[in-house]
Design a protein. Structure first.
Length: 367
């Protein structure tokens, strides 16, 4: 069986070194924040080419903290991709602001800049692009629109660590970027973890206070805060994997390229942008997500052939959760959700397995 993702196998090859990392933290006596967190924040900021990084409890908290830190609240509207994960929308809702969904571009599934301007009102305060599946959106246009209307830009870069647009790293655009280290991410820890990236010294100081109950190093509480701190053990695990992150990204891009070569010209399947298909983008392929005719039957067929696949976020867009009070009709988003399927892409998948998966897909469509 080719599993979609087998974290046990992925991490088994690192077992002894990971145990050593755990032992170092155990022996240090530092379990909340601590030396490993500080080391990770420094190295991570340097890698993403930003001035500051703040480690927090998870990706959702990262989004919520930066929104609250900049005063987004009641009556404000934030534009967000219609096909992103619920965490993006939830962070806005938790601040008391209104989510305004914007449909994606056909070619990339990232937020469509041409539709952003059409959704701006007098209450719009910010744009939150999601760098979906490891590809950065068209940030030049988004930033130009934001500048024109005096809007803030926050990146949900949970899926795009290491991805670039015109040489700039995901998370380094606008006021700040937010990262998730959920175990299934390209850089994941062994629990929840997240980070805020920013070049803004004021927002850095505010979020650093807010992540620890609003409390400063002197014990004084100056703002209402959260309990959202990256712990020292998760940081140690991230530090270990981070040392080899460029190699991990290279392998994922190689797998994506192999999928593209073996599934090209298949009329029933729409592939994601190919490796180096656009001079402006360097993609890391958090997921290899295809849009396929007869998606559910294809998924069942592949399962019968020993291939695990996954439908991202259960195949349902956030606006379709009617119990949350949404009533929009977003046809293209709904089409994506009905047809999209993610194929295995991780550090245990071999070239021969990728070729076998592609053969199975072609056999299903009799191509």
């Amino acid at each position: 069986m080719i599993k979609f993702l087998d974290l046990k196998s992925v991490n088994a090859q690192h077992r002894n070194k990971l145990i050593s990392a755990f032992q170092r933290v155990l022996d240090s006596g530092q379990y909340i924040l601590g030396e490993q967190v500080s080391l990770f924040e420094e190295n991570f900021a340097q890698y993403c080419n930003v001035k500051k990084c703040i480690g927090v409890g998870n990706g959702l908290d990262a989004l919520s903290l930066i929104l609250r830190g900049y005063g987004i609240g009641d009556g404000d509207e934030v534009l967000v991709p219609s096909n992103t994960y619920i965490a993006s929308w939830l962070s806005i809702s938790q601040c008391g602001a209104m989510v305004v969904p914007v449909e994606p571009m056909i070619a990339t599934y990232n937020i469509d800049p041409d539709l952003i301007e059409k959704n701006i009102t007098k209450n719009t305060k910010a744009i939150m692009p999601t760098q979906l599946n490891g590809r950065v959106a068209d940030m030049d246009v988004i930033l130009q629109i934001a500048d024109k209307y005096n809007l803030q830009v926050y990146e949900d870069s949970a899926q795009a660590l290491g991805a670039k647009y015109k040489g700039k790293s995901a998370g380094s655009f606008g006021i700040g970027g937010c990262i998730s280290f959920y175990p299934a991410k390209v850089l994941g820890c062994f629990g929840d973890g997240g980070a805020v990236l920013t070049n803004d010294e004021a927002i850095y100081k505010t979020i650093k206070l807010m992540r620890d109950h609003g409390r400063g190093e002197d014990g004084n509480v100056s703002v209402w805060g959260y309990n959202s701190r990256l712990d020292n053990l998760q940081a140690a695990i991230l530090n270990y994997f981070f040392d080899d992150y460029k190699t991990i990204v290279q392998r994922r891009r190689a797998i994506a390229n192999l999928y593209a070569e073996n599934l090209k010209n298949l009329k029933s399947v729409i592939l994601p942008p190919a490796v180096d298909s656009h001079v402006n983008n360097f993609d890391i392929y958090q997921n290899y997500e295809i849009e396929a005719e007869k998606r559910d039957k294809l998924k069942e067929y592949l399962s019968g052939k020993g291939v695990g696949t996954l439908i991202q976020w259960g195949g349902k867009a956030v606006h379709e959760f009617r119990d949350l009070g949404f009533n929009q009709s977003l046809p293209f988003t709904e089409k994506i959700m009905r047809n999209s399927l993610m194929l295995p892409l991780n550090m245990t998948v071999t070239d021969d397995e990728v070729k076998y998966i592609c053969k199975c897909v072609r056999d299903f469509y009799n191509d």
